[in-house]
Design a protein around this ligand. Structure first.
Ligand code: B12
Ligand code: SF4
Length: 493
C-alpha cells in the first residue's frame, strides 16, 4: 500500500507554529478525496492532517514526512491560506528525497498559473472537484507515468459514487459540534464577488437515501447537529422537500442550518424545513439597496419587500435569519449605505456578518479591482510571501470603491456592528443563551468589549503592520450564532 498524505494548512505559520482562528470545521474537501481514494483504490491509502486542529510545527511536519515517506503529498488552499500552503510546501521540499506535492482547492481552481509561479514548491495542481482525476493521476504517478503540471478535473456527475465522508480520518472532538455536510455541489449564479463558480457551475444533488445514511452515522456521534455547507441548499425545491419528508418520516430529529438565497425559499418550503429540524438559514443579501443588488451584486432580482416577507416567514417558523452584507460595492453611494444600515437594523435579522468586498481571483470583482489598479497577480504572490505582513486579516487587499473613502467605510462598518450587536435586546438574548455555557459567555464578553472599543469581534485581530495600519475591517465581524458557527463563508446563497 502506498501512502498519500493530504494536508489542510493553517492561515500561516508564526515562527514555525500554525496559526488558525478558533471554531474549526473539518476539511470536507480533503476528507471527500481521502474517502474516495480509500474506497476506490487497493494500491493507495490516504490520510488527512488538519493543521487547524492538529497543530504540528514545521519541524514536526518535516519529521513526520521523513518518517512516513508518503509517495505523494496533497495540499488544500483557499486564497487566505496561501501563506500557510507555501511555508508548508517549502518545509516538505527541504526534506531529502521529498515526495511530489499536489496543490488543490479553491485558490488554484481560480488562479491556474499559481503553481507555474511557484515551481520550486509545487509539482502539480488539479483545479476543481478532484476525486476522480486525482485518483487517476496518483495511479499514473505510482506506475511511473508523466503527469501534466496543471489539470482540470473531470467533475463527479453522480455524487452517490463518492463514499460517505470518512470523518474518523480527523480528530472529530476538536471541531465545532455542528458537523459539516453536503447535499449538493455546484452553483450556477454569478454573484460578482464570488470565485466559487470557477470550481463547477453544474448543480448536482446526492440521493436522499445516500445522505440519510451519512446523517444517521453523524447523529450517533454528535446528537444530530448539522451544518449544510452547500452553496445554495434550496436550489432544487423538490429535492429539499423530499429530504424534509424523509427526515420527518424517519424521525431523525436533527437540528440543522443551511445557506440559500432569498428568492429560493417560500412559506410552504420554510414550514417543511422547520418541521424537519432547520433552525437557521444563512442568506447572502449583500446590500439593502435594490439598484446595487440588481446592477452590481447580481444576487438575483428580489425586492426589499420580498426580503422582509422572507424574514417574517422565517420568524413564523422559528428559523433564525443570519444575513451577510458588504459595504463599499463598486459605485455605492452614502445613501445606499444608509439603505443597508436600515435593513440590518430592521429587527428581522438574528445574526449578521458585515465586511468590505475582497477581490478573489476569478471573480468579476477581481476584474473590476484589477482595472482600477487595486489588485493583480503580483499582489497575490506578495500576500502569499507575507510581504504585506504575516496573516490574512488586514493583509489581503480589500476593495475600496472610488465613490467612497476607506476611512468612511471603516467608520460605517464599526458603527453598524456596534448598533446591531450592542442592542439591549440582542445582549439580553445572548446572555440568556450563555447562562449555561461559561466558555461561550467568556468568548461573548470578549466580543462585546472588542465591539465597544474597536467595532469588530475579538476573533479578528487588529494587527499593525510595518508602513501602515492593519485594517480591522477587512474581516467580517464573527459573533457566533448559538455559540457555534457563522462567517460570511457560510453564507453561500
Ligand atoms: C466550509 C467553508 C469554510 C470553512 C472551512 C473551509 C475548509 N477548509 O473546508 C471555514 C469556516 C473555515 C471557511 C472560512 C473561509 N472561507 Co470558506 N467555505 C466553506 C464552504 C462553504 C464549503 C467548503 C466545502 O466543504 N466544500 C465542499 C468540498 C467538496 O469542496 P472543496 O473543499 O472545494 O474540495 C474539492 C476541490 O477543491 C478539490 N480539492 C480540495 N483540496 C484539494 C487538494 C488537492 C491536493 C487536490 C488535488 C484537490 C483538492 O477536490 C475537493 C473534492 O471535490 C465553501 C463553499 C464551497 N461550496 O466550497 C467556502 C469557500 C471555500 N470559502 C471561501 C472564503 C472566501 C472563506 C473566507 C476567506 C471568508 C472570509 N472572508 O473570511 C474564510 C477563510 C479565512 C479564515 N478566516 O479562515 C471561498 C473561497 C474563495 C477562494 N478563492 O479561496 C469559498 C469557495 C466560498 C465562496 N463562495 O467563494 N470556509
Ligand atoms: S455567492 Fe453563493 S450564490 Fe453567489 S455565485 Fe457564489 S456560491 Fe453562488
Amino acid at each position: 500500500m502506498r501512502r498519500l498524505i493530504l494536508i489542510h494548512p493553517p492561515l500561516h505559520f508564526s515562527n514555525g507554529v500554525p496559526f488558525t482562528l478558533d471554531g474549526s470545521v473539518p476539511p470536507i474537501g480533503l476528507l471527500s478525496l481521502a474517502s474516495y481514494i480509500n474506497g476506490h483504490s487497493k494500491a493507495i491509502r490516504a490520510e488527512v492532517i488538519d493543521l487547524a486542529v492538529s497543530p504540528l510545527s514545521l519541524t514536526e511536519i518535516s519529521q513526520k514526512i521523513s518518517a512516513d515517506k508518503p509517495f505523494a503529498v496533497g495540499i488544500y488552499a483557499m486564497t487566505p491560506q496561501l501563506q500557510g500552503a507555501l511555508e508548508l510546501a517549502r518545509c516538505i521540499k527541504a526534506i531529502h528525497r521529498a515526495p511530489p506535492i499536489f496543490l488543490g482547492g479553491p485558490h488554484i481552481s481560480a488562479d491556474l498559473t499559481f503553481v507555474d509561479r511557484h515551481p520550486d514548491e509545487f509539482d502539480y495542481a488539479i483545479a476543481g472537484e478532484a476525486e476522480a482525476t486525482f485518483l487517476e493521476s496518483l495511479h499514473a504517478l505510482s506506475d511511473g507515468g508523466q503527469l501534466p503540471r496543471v489539470q482540470h478535473s473531470v467533475v463527479v456527475k453522480d455524487l452517490d459514487t463518492i463514499p460517505p465522508t470518512d470523518r474518523t480520518l480527523v480528530p472529530r472532538g476538536r471541531y465545532i459540534r455542528y458537523e459539516s455536510m453536503l447535499f449538493s455541489r455546484g452553483c450556477p449564479y454569478k454573484c460578482y464577488y464570488c470565485s466559487r463558480p470557477s470550481i463547477d457551475k453544474s448543480v448536482r444533488y446526492r440521493s436522499v437515501g445516500h445522505l440519510i445514511a451519512e446523517l444517521r452515522e453523524v447523529r450517533r456521534e454528535n446528537g444530530g447537529l448539522i451544518n449544510f455547507q452547500d452553496d445554495t441548499f434550496t436550489m432544487r425545491r423538490k429535492k429539499v422537500l423530499e429530504l424534509c419528508d424523509a427526515l420527518i418520516r424517519e424521525r431523525l430529529r436533527l437540528r440543522w442550518r443551511c445557506n440559500t438565497r432569498i428568492d429560493l425559499v417560500d412559506p410552504e418550503l420554510l414550514r417543511q424545513m422547520s418541521r424537519a429540524g432547520c433552525e437557521q438559514i444563512n442568506f447572502g443579501i449583500e446590500a439593502g439597496n435594490e439598484r446595487l443588488r440588481r446592477e452590481v451584486v447580481h444576487k438575483g432580482y428580489f425586492t426589499n419587500e420580498t426580503i422582509y416577507e422572507v424574514f417574517a416567514a422565517c420568524r413564523k417558523e422559528r428559523i433564525t435569519v443570519a444575513c451577510y452584507f458588504m459595504l463599499g460595492h463598486p459605485t455605492e453611494t452614502e445613501a445606499e449605505i444608509e439603505d443597508t444600515k436600515r435593513m440590518i437594523l430592521s429587527g428581522g435579522i438574528g445574526i449578521m456578518g458585515l465586511s468590505l468586498p475582497l477581490p478573489f481571483p476569478a471573480s468579476p470583482l477581481y476584474d473590476i479591482a484589477e482595472r482600477e489598479g487595486q489588485i493583480n497577480l503580483e499582489m497575490i504572490d506578495a500576500f502569499a510571501e507575507k510581504e504585506f505582513g504575516e496573516g490574512y486579516s488586514g493583509n489581503y487587499p480589500v476593495y475600496v470603491t472610488p465613490t467612497l473613502s476607506k476611512e468612511y467605510l471603516f467608520h460605517q462598518l464599526h458603527s453598524i456592528n456596534r448598533a446591531f450587536y450592542l442592542r439591549p435586546s440582542f445582549i439580553f438574548r445572548r446572555a440568556a443563551e450563555d447562562l449555561f455555557n461559561p466558555g461561550q459567555l467568556f468568548s461573548d464578553t470578549k466580543d462585546f468589549l472588542a465591539l465597544i472599543s474597536r467595532g469588530v469581534s475579538h476573533r479578528k485581530p487588529y494587527r499593525k503592520k510595518a508602513g501602515g495600519g492593519g485594517d480591522p475591517a477587512r474581516e467580517p465581524v464573527a459573533l457566533k450564532g448559538a455559540g457555534e458557527t457563522t462567517g460570511r463563508e457560510l453564507a453561500g446563497g
